[in-house]
Design a protein around this ligand. Structure first.
Ligand SMILES: NC(=O)c1ccc[n+]([C@@H]2O[C@H](COP(=O)([O-])OP(=O)(O)OC[C@H]3O[C@@H](n4cnc5c(N)ncnc54)[C@H](OP(=O)(O)O)[C@@H]3O)[C@@H](O)[C@H]2O)c1
Length: 296
């Protein structure tokens, strides 16, 4: 069985990655930090020696580097701390992958773009509007110096959350359920919510293809669902699905808070042309993810 090492294995995407690779009969080692335990090994990715030890001892054929600080608001406030994981750790992992001959998939974001010229192809010029996007782009540049790597850019993610605030999509349901106060919800930025099981499947398919044809899946790739929503339209959909009143919600047409790009739709042709990809239907899967949090 080929070996895969997954960083951020306790996170929203990482949990789906562990499931997907295990199901496909890969031998999996998942790394975590504050939520380590059980089968997940505790490694602080900002500790260079610990990172070197785990990679050189396990000798994976593939590393999926999913760990990051991925909240734009947190990165805006704690840029130095976030860059240690988003840039420095990514660079170190890529250089060790080069040494041990492992293929690395670095998870990045549509926020490397400014949102003015969608849809974006992998070779289009990045121009991040916020510190999170810049840190992920700097991570990309560091990783791409190493032959062994692929960068996979993805949009906003959702899936089976441990708590509603875990995803920028599912947290909207919490606001919808709280009818005690009015809420003005963004109806400006265009989003393409994508299920983590789709991204996990894409990573596993990339890894499988790498094992057969190593040069086919190096460079920059995009994956995304293509169902367009705003946060406001998505909340309206949630209200319809669960027959909940949404009178306390109004549409806010103006951008607010940390700068975010208007429309970062990702062109997924490069992966589709390789026979890679899967797109889960939004409405049904949103319903399934939120159902455990809905009490009649
Ligand atoms: N979520 C999105 O909407 C979204 C959108 C676009 C791109 N992405 C990218 O997709 C990837 C996965 O995102 P996600 O939503 O799954 O993130 P997440 O749920 O916030 O998980 C982050 C993971 O990183 C780990 N981590 C953080 N600091 C660490 C450290 N110092 N040492 C070791 N591990 C550390 C966390 O471990 P513990 O929790 O155990 O501490 C956790 O497993 C990221 O690269 C992100 O930039 C995400």
């Amino acid at each position: 069985m080929p070996r895969v090492l997954i960083t951020g294995a306790s996170g929203l995407l990482g949990r789906a990655l562990v499931k997907e690779f295990t199901k496909a009969s890969w031998e999996v080692l998942g790394l975590a930090y504050s939520r380590a335990g059980g089968v997940l090994k505790k490694v602080d990715l900002t500790d260079s020696l610990a990172v070197r030890n785990v990679l050189t001892e396990y000798k994976p054929a593939v590393v999926v580097h999913s760990a990051a600080e991925r909240s734009p608001d947190v990165v805006e406030k704690q840029e130095g701390v976030a860059r240690k994981i988003n840039v420095d750790a990514s660079s170190l992992i890529a250089s060790i992958c080069d040494e041990i001959g492992a293929y690395m998939i670095y998870l990045s974001t549509d926020y490397v773009f400014d949102g003015k010229n969608a849809p974006y192809k992998p070779g289009d010029q990045p121009n991040p509007l916020n510190k999170y996007g810049q840190s992920k782009l700097d991570g990309e540049v560091a990783v791409q110096k190493h032959e062994c790597s692929a960068t996979l850019r993805v949009p906003v993610l959702y899936g089976d959350v441990e708590y509603l605030e875990e995803s920028a999509i599912t947290v909207l349901f919490k606001v919808l359920l709280d009818t005690s106060q009015p809420a003005a919800i963004c109806d400006y930025q265009l989003r393409y919510p994508t299920h983590v099981q789709d991204i996990a499947a894409v990573c596993r398919q990339m890894a499988d293809l790498y094992m057969k044809s190593p040069s086919a899946v190096k460079g920059i790739f995009h994956w995304s669902n293509d169902e367009l929503v705003t946060k406001y339209s998505l909340m309206t959909m949630m209200a319809e699905i669960f027959h909940i009143k949404s009178d306390h919600i109004t549409a806010n047409k103006e951008p607010t808070g940390t700068p975010r790009p208007y429309n970062c739709q990702l062109d997924t042709t490069a992966l589709s042309d390789l026979g890679i990809g899967q797109k889960t239907k939004l409405r049904e899967s949103i319903e399934a993810c939120l159902q455990p949090y809905f009490k009649k």
